[in-house]
Design a protein around this ligand. Structure first.
Ligand SMILES: NC(=O)c1ccc[n+]([C@@H]2O[C@H](COP(=O)([O-])OP(=O)(O)OC[C@H]3O[C@@H](n4cnc5c(N)ncnc54)[C@H](O)[C@@H]3O)[C@@H](O)[C@H]2O)c1
Length: 248
């Protein structure tokens, strides 16, 4: 698979999946612009084609400036991968505050509106582009206590499909990946307040996957690079479950 000279922006680039995605894109020859609140984890990747920005994707002005600069430097933006997100600790709805709900919706859904809006500004005139949104299999196979996170991921998937139909006339493809439980820092954050994290990971998450394994960040990166590449040139509005069968 060849992503040679493609210019690709990754949000949440410093996270577990984000870092695996960045590494694979660089291996395949892309220029990568990684945005995250903290880009510290990316420092171990020494690559001339990697550019990082420590920024919040909710900061509309700063994000607009970063996309403007990327376009100025490279003359195009080929791809956008949204690997940004936060978890919700399993909590009954009556104990969830409105501000916790808003925070989940802001980071998991509103951030997509902000980054996609900026990317599309530069993709539309070129009449090409590929956008990948990481949602979650929990959007279609929910778990108790995660109502706010799941609602934000449902919004992400619906937004992705809405963008796919709106942008198809411009040959911009938009697809969703629904990961199952993945072996990153986030996984333990879904545990209820008093729960033992390693027990939850093993008993609740790993055992819920029919293939019997947690999803590796590289599994998600494999799907992302496929959807960004020309091998997926006729794929848009699709949701790819990378979940070991958890959605079955
Ligand atoms: N890990 C799982 O089990 C799992 C399962 C299904 C879906 N997902 C989804 O996959 C995506 C990646 O998750 P991950 O497991 O790599 O988690 P992670 O916590 O390792 O990475 C998420 C990244 O998003 C960044 N981020 C959060 N708020 C931000 C903001 N305002 N601006 C910029 N960056 C911000 C964080 O700093 C972090 O680096 C998320 O959308 C997550 O919801 C994860």
């Amino acid at each position: 698979m060849d992503l040679n000279n493609k210019v690709i922006v990754v949000t949440g680039a410093g996270g577990g999946m984000g870092k695996a995605i960045v590494s694979q894109l660089l291996e395949l020859g892309a220029y990568v612009i990684g945005i995250d609140l903290s880009t510290d984890s990316l420092q171990s990747i020494q690559h001339p084609n990697l550019h990082t920005h420590a920024a919040s994707v909710l900061d509309e002005e700063q994000i607009a400036e970063i996309f403007f600069q990327v376009h100025k430097d490279f003359g195009k933006i080929d791809g956008l991968v949204n690997a940004i997100g936060i978890a919700q600790a399993a909590t009954p709805i009556e104990e969830v505050t409105l501000s916790q709900w808003h925070k989940l919706m802001d980071i998991n859904a509103t951030s997509l509106f902000i980054s996609c809006k900026e990317a599309v500004k530069y993709m539309k005139p070129n009449r090409q582009g590929s956008i990948v949104i990481i949602a979650s299999i929990s959007a279609v196979r929910p778990r108790p206590g995660l109502q706010s996170y799941i609602a934000s991921k449902g919004a992400a998937e619906s937004f992705s499909r809405a963008m796919a139909i709106e942008l198809a006339p411009y040959s911009i493809r938009v697809n969703t990946i629904n990961p199952g439980p993945a072996d990153t820092n986030m996984l333990g954050q879904f545990a209820a307040k008093d729960a033992d994290i390693s027990t939850v990971k093993e008993e609740v998450f790993r055992k819920s996957v029919p293939l019997g394994e947690l999803i590796e960040p590289e599994d998600i990166a494999n799907a992302v690079t496929y959807l960004l590449s020309d091998r997926a040139k006729i794929v848009t509005g699709a949701t790819l479950n990378v979940d070991g069968g958890r959605g079955l």
